[in-house]
Design a protein around this ligand. Structure first.
Ligand SMILES: [Zn+2]
Length: 330
């Protein structure tokens, strides 16, 4: 029997996941391939299109037929209405790149493009921790810090779809430099690179100085998971660093609570596994800075979907595309 479905594609720095997702948000089929993000601008887009086309062919062969809609989530600020990526942290070649036009030419169907953190937020809203909620702030603490905002049951896009860059609120006016060009952003403390920066400063090391092997993964890269393991073993430095990151996270969350009065704050990404080591200092800042009534109404929880959140969210975005913004008076 043919089943109605949507195609959700989620591109990360290393992998692309493409999935057939039912209209209820169940993953019916999923494929994974390389992002090849170091290639030229068009070649990166063509690789996405190729993997989408492969899933379309597999779905057809598997008896699923054609999808109702196609959604593609990519990193970096992008204009969801024009389909142009401004700049992507993992794809150096994408600068004001017309991604949607290129994908639609290669796939031969309408495509909705969305920021990856926004898509992930929609996944958690549809099928994860934020299911059934109306007002939610979602933060993904990974390589960077991504954000999504659901207000009144709708994803907030702003004028051009670049709203909810929650990782780039200032938490320390004279703070550490951030990849966005500013400094003192939440991302400079509560992401993988931010955490590494905190370790380096605490130990008085130069930027990118070699670290002890117990802080690294098997490939020799600084690892939040390794730091979490250390914290579990009561390692003083790891506990201190997570407490500090938690403090900055709490400062940011207190502002989000005061601005949006959400019922839920959802935290995902690699650092969410260390939430228990950040919670004490995070909550101390929330209590100190947010309005008591607002803080009492909001729960802070971990994301539920894991790596599937992106594809499920991209499918949701495809089925619920953003409505065109009103023309400005200018
Ligand atoms: Zn920033």
């Amino acid at each position: 029997m043919k089943r109605a479905w949507a195609l959700g594609c989620d591109m990360g720095g290393t992998n692309i996941r493409c999935a057939a997702v039912s209209l209820d948000g169940d993953v019916l089929m999923m494929r994974r391939g390389p992002s090849l993000a170091w290639r030229a601008a068009r070649a990166v887009a063509d690789n996405i299109a190729e993997q989408v086309n492969t899933l379309l062919a597999d779905a057809k062969a598997g008896g699923l037929g054609a999808p109702r809609a196609i959604g593609v989530a990519v990193p970096g600020p992008l204009n969801v209405f024009s389909g142009t990526v401004m700049a992507a942290p993992h794809v150096a070649a994408w600068r004001s790149f017309p991604l949607r036009a290129r994908l639609e030419a290669k796939i031969g169907r309408r495509v909705i493009v969305e920021n990856d953190a926004n898509a992930w937020a929609c996944g958690e809203f549809w099928r994860g921790s934020a299911r059934g909620r109306r007002d939610v702030v979602l933060l993904t603490l990974g390589t960077g810090v991504g954000g999504g905002l659901i207000v009144g049951g709708k994803l907030v896009h702003g004028r051009s779809g670049m709203a909810a860059e929650l990782g780039h609120v200032t938490v320390e006016p004279d703070g550490m430099p951030c990849d966005c060009g500013s400094h003192g952003c939440l991302e400079a403390y509560a992401s993988t690179s931010g955490l590494r920066g905190l370790v380096e400063r605490r130990l008085g090391l130069a930027r990118r100085a070699p670290l002890k092997s117990e802080m690294l993964d098997v490939e020799g890269n600084f690892s939040v998971r390794a730091m979490t393991t250390l914290a579990r073993r009561h390692d003083r430095l790891a506990l201190e660093i997570f407490a500090l990151a938690g403090r900055y996270l709490g400062i940011a969350i207190a502002s989000f609570l005061n601005v949006f009065n959400p019922e839920l704050v959802v935290i995902g990404g690699g650092m969410a596994g260390a939430l228990s080591y950040m919670r004490k200092t995070m909550m101390a800042e929330v209590r100190e800075r947010a309005f008591t009534a607002v803080a009492r109404e909001a729960r802070i929880v971990r994301a539920a979907l894991g790596p599937r959140g992106g594809v499920v969210g991209a499918a949701y975005v495809a089925l619920n595309p953003p409505s065109k913004p009103p023309q400005s008076g200018r």
